[in-house]
Design a protein around this ligand. Structure first.
Ligand code: SF4
Ligand code: SF4
Length: 429
């Protein structure tokens, strides 16, 4: 099997196809700390693409409550267990090697889904969820647990009022008792498990934007993509007998929506986000597969410079292009397992943000057009405080954003301006 370079693992890994990269890559950052689980994103997606017969159970976008929830149920635990069976105790990161551009989180020394698959004669290790596991899109919604319960293997019904960790639940920086929302779409992976698994070669990655699509005419419904995508994002449609998955709203990304006059536009689930947790863009990729330096690109800055947003389950090896600002209050051990060893650095930088990061974070959901570049105009200092013993200074900087053509589309300040409604417009007097 050929070897390809995976920068999220800091090493080469096995993959069924030779390395080849798109010029631009669809990528996004979700800020978990801001999500209110309103499911507007899920409904935007559902009402755009998923309202037909045979699609009733499909949610290309879903928001699940961690740690118990998952769509399909327990997909991540099951994938982790399958890899663990092939490589018991070996799923570890080497963080002593230092952080470099081509290995920002250290080196993963365990097995990816492809390494594990090679051991059992498959493209990747995986499983097909049962119909029951797809039944509830947000099962265990808002169900909290304690770290102790996770460690002891008790479920919620095992709690008693006398248990001491219940009273420790709300102390910061980490909550002993916690839950958080995890927003999920297809990651349009660099090394997709779905594409690797397809015996019909019906799945392809577009060279112009890295979006991963299933050719509906080539697909014969063998469900190998459903089995070997570790994120379980391809879904089988019984009425057409072929599989479907998130298409990244590609007509919008191509600028076909009349609203933006030909400029690339963010997907439906991104643009609809009420909590303003989502930003999507296209990032430049070099021939070596690494992100080309693009210092004033908001995703490049957030993911590669500040490293405040991290890939979900990077250890699975698909090099997902979805990144998350991890939940600041959840126990670190739990979220290190989800987002890798970069978690502590990411949370440190998020809770006391740099002047520039605070400015850039204002761009989340400020426009439906895709942002390709930003700039910051310095403003006066407006606030100063201590956060967890560290000094935090806030400046009322102005942040500007530009679309693909270089046209300014956003001009927004860090401090939200206050507008006082004139007396004649107050209707209750
Ligand atoms: S629309 Fe935004 S805030 Fe609402 S559930 Fe989706 S990601 Fe969370
Ligand atoms: S998330 Fe799954 S469906 Fe999407 S590209 Fe990656 S492997 Fe394929």
């Amino acid at each position: 099997m050929p070897e390809v370079y995976n920068w999220q693992l800091g090493r080469k890994m096995l993959y069924p196809y030779e390395e080849r990269h798109p010029k631009w890559q669809f990528a996004f950052v979700f800020n978990i700390n801001r999500c209110i689980a309103c499911q507007t994103c899920s409904m935007a997606d559902k009402s755009t693409w998923l309202f037909s017969k045979g699609q009733e159970y499909m949610w290309w976008n879903n928001v699940e409550s961690k740690p118990y929830g998952g769509y399909p149920q327990f997909y991540d635990v099951k994938v982790a267990q399958l890899v663990e069976q092939v490589n018991p105790g070996g799923q570890v990161w080497n963080t002593r090697v230092g952080r470099k551009h081509h290995a920002p989180y250290g080196v993963f020394e365990g097995f990816t889904i492809f390494d594990a698959g090679a051991k059992i004669g498959q493209a990747a290790i995986g499983y097909i969820p049962t119909d029951q596991e797809w039944r509830f899109v947000n099962i265990y919604e808002d169900t909290a647990t304690s770290m102790r319960a996770l460690v002891d293997g008790n479920d919620k019904s095992g709690f008693t009022a006398a248990e001491p960790w219940r009273s420790q639940g709300s102390s910061l920086p980490e909550h002993e008792t916690f839950f958080f929302y995890l927003q999920r779409i297809c990651n349009h992976c660099t090394y997709p498990g779905c594409l690797a698994a397809c015996p019909r070669k019906a799945i392809y990655k577009r060279p112009e934007d890295g979006i991963v699509l299933i050719d509906q005419n080539r697909c014969r419904g063998y469900k190998k993509c459903v089995e070997q995508c570790p994120y379980k994002k391809p879904m089988y449609r019984g009425t057409t007998r072929v599989s479907e998955k998130c298409i990244a709203c590609y007509p919008r990304v191509e600028g076909k929506d009349p609203l933006t006059g030909g400029e690339p536009m963010e997907t439906r689930c991104m643009a609809a986000c009420v909590g303003k947790i989502r930003m999507q863009s296209l990032v430049k990729i070099g021939e070596d597969g690494l992100w080309t330096e693009d210092r004033w690109h908001p995703l490049y800055y957030t993911i590669r410079v500040e490293q405040v947003a991290l890939p979900l389950y990077p250890q699975w090896g698909t090099e997902p292009n979805g990144f998350y600002i991890p939940p600041r209050h959840a126990p670190r051990g739990y979220i290190r397992q989800m987002f890798g060893p970069g978690v502590d650095n990411a949370i440190d930088r998020y809770i006391v943000p740099s002047r520039e990061l605070l400015a850039v974070l204002q761009l989340w959901r400020a426009s439906q057009q895709i942002i390709f570049r930003y700039d910051v105009i310095p403003g006066p200092k407006v606030f100063e405080t201590q956060i967890h013993g560290r000094k935090f200074e806030m400046y009322n900087d102005t942040v500007l954003a530009f679309n693909k053509s270089g046209k300014e589309i956003i001009r927004i300040q860090v401090e939200e301006p206050i507008y006082v409604r004139p007396a004649e417009r107050i209707t209750w007097l």
